[in-house]
Write a new protein. Structure first.
Length: 137
């Protein structure tokens, strides 16, 4: 029987290197924080760092959509929530939301499409059939 799709939550403090000269988080820092959450989410899906290194199969971002709702600032603690949202034969989509811990304000939403790729050949792979059976989307 299918279960709920995997979800993962990370928590990060906005550091000086995440900000511009005005103390506002720049777009690259948001993507780095999403990358951390997505990497932990991938581990729940059977793609932990060691497994990827052994199989040489990696989830590769093919599309990223991000909406900036409100700025995060230097010293803010952010909660990043990611979840598996959609599966096709060759791609899967993950969604993310980032909130400021202090006030619960939604700062960023994002959606990313990923494909499994065999390296070093760069060969796209079909997603494991077991995923569709395992998770109810």
């Amino acid at each position: 029987m299918p279960s709920a799709p995997p979800e993962f939550e990370t928590r990060e403090e906005v550091m000086f290197f995440d900000t511009d000269c005005g103390g506002v988080v720049h777009n690259l820092a948001y993507l780095r924080m999403i990358e951390t959450c997505r990497t932990r989410l991938a581990a729940l899906m059977g793609m932990n760092l060691r497994a990827m290194a052994e199989t040489r199969q990696y989830p590769v971002v093919t599309r990223c959509e991000i909406d900036y709702k409100r700025p995060a600032m230097l010293g803010d603690w952010l909660v990043i929530r990611g979840r598996l949202a959609e599966l096709t034969r060759a791609r899967f989509w993950c969604t993310f939301e980032m909130v400021r811990e202090a006030d619960g304000q939604l700062l960023v939403t994002a959606r990313q499409a990923l494909a499994l790729v065999k390296m070093p050949e760069g060969k796209p792979l079909r997603l494991p059939a077991a995923w569709a059976e395992q998770w109810q989307l």
